[in-house]
Design a protein around this ligand. Structure first.
Ligand code: SF4
Length: 378
């Protein structure tokens, strides 16, 4: 936290989250006053436990709160217990249709099943899956997708639309509620951002369970990030969303990074270094773009929330530094000014600046972490 962004002083920054009930995904809370969590999904073969654990490790390091793995076959659910044991974060098992995979996944220690109860079929099978979830402390996610709506809803509405998606979600939810099972969250995703946003808005008014927000099949790294940011950003800004997944045709680690950046931009979650940088121009006193690139890489390991401003010249440097924990503003004659807690502190040569900033940030992070530990111990 920068100590500078108190929303009570800046009401135009306040986001009021939609009240939702809280559920658990393993040891992670979702909904209510719990922080908005960031998820991703592995794209390894789940049956290859080692490869999957390796990818989960990378996602954990990037800050993932929850990871989903797909369980299309019995080989996958067989590998699941090894995967769950090796993971620090709770694992969601993605199940489609095959109720047996759901039961196996619950037994294997999945923290949550992504399954649509209406797709399971026979009522005794539905009951069995719900019972397995209950017995093993598993929550569920109902995941409605505009591309796979039930035929009777497509017939009723003519084409996929927000109303059809919400009706589908509520139908699935009713099955769980009828079994007195309330540990579930819902997603209503479409690849079209207008449909996604409208569906979540509609759903948010009709049920109080936590919502898992995402734009499905958003696209590649850049286009998918932009699409997701507009759609999910719109919802999050309106206070809708308790856990998020950015779906990118890219390395899943990127999904986590984008998810956190989205939440950071909205002040909903703080993790790692938030770098504020100017685009640079002829006035720059040092190479801003290269410096920011280097600093991003050098500071990627810091999880402590902190802000850093890297600004080319005094036009915007002092103003931005005022609102960040540490700042550097280009000056002239190969040196610039280092700001600490918003105040000019000392001059530093451009040549040594990257090394110096890294040291300052690492020291400040250690200091903040120690303070937090002390606070927690009291
Ligand atoms: S802060 Fe200075 S260097 Fe950066 S873009 Fe603005 S005028 Fe250019």
């Amino acid at each position: 936290m920068t100590g500078h962004d108190h929303t009570h002083l800046r009401p135009w920054r306040a986001i009021t989250r939609r009240p939702s009930r809280k559920i658990r995904v393993g040891n992670v809370e979702v909904g209510g006053d719990a922080p908005i969590t960031v998820q991703s999904m592995t794209n390894t073969l789940t049956a290859d436990a080692n490869a999957t654990i390796g990818q989960i490790r990378q996602l954990e390091e990037a800050g993932a709160d929850i990871v989903r793995v797909s369980c299309p076959d019995v080989e996958s659910t067989a590998a699941l217990s090894t995967i769950v044991r090796a993971s620090k974060v709770p694992i969601v098992a993605d199940i489609h249709f095959h109720y047996k995979r759901g039961i196996e996944a619950a037994k294997a220690g999945a923290a949550c099943l992504r399954i649509n109860p209406g797709n399971i079929g026979r009522p005794d099978r539905v009951r069995e899956v719900i019972q397995a979830a209950r017995d093993h402390g598993c929550s569920m996610r109902i995941g409605v997708n505009a591309g796979s709506l039930e035929p009777h809803l497509l017939e009723k509405y003519g084409e996929p639309c927000p109303e059809a998606m919400v009706e589908s979600a509520l139908d699935h939810a009713r099955i769980l509620q009828d079994h007195d099972f309330h540990e579930f969250k819902i997603s209503v995703k479409a690849s079209d951002i207008f449909m996604t946003v409208a569906a979540y808005q509609l759903l948010s008014e009709q049920i109080d369970c936590p919502l898992h927000v995402g734009v499905t099949e958003a696209g590649g790294l850049r286009s998918g990030t932009i699409k997701s940011s507009i759609g999910m950003g719109n919802l999050l800004w309106a206070g809708i969303g308790d856990t998020i997944r950015v779906s990118l045709a890219a390395d899943p680690v990127e999904e986590i990074k984008v998810g956190f950046d989205m939440l950071k931009s909205l002040g909903l979650r703080h993790r790692g270094i938030n770098i504020i940088a100017c685009p640079s121009c002829a006035r720059q006193g040092f190479n801003v773009i290269k410096t920011v690139e280097t600093l991003e890489a050098r500071l990627a390991h810091i999880a402590t929330p902190m802000s850093l401003s890297i600004i080319g010249c005094v036009v915007n440097g002092p103003g931005e530094a005022l609102m960040t924990d540490i700042g550097f503003t280009g000056g002239g004659k190969g040196a610039g000014m280092v700001y600490v807690a918003g105040k000019p502190d000392h001059k530093m040569d451009n040549e040594q600046m990257v090394e110096h900033i890294v040291q300052l940030v690492e020291a400040k992070a250690a200091e903040l972490d120690a303070a937090r530990l002390l606070e927690a111990a009291e």
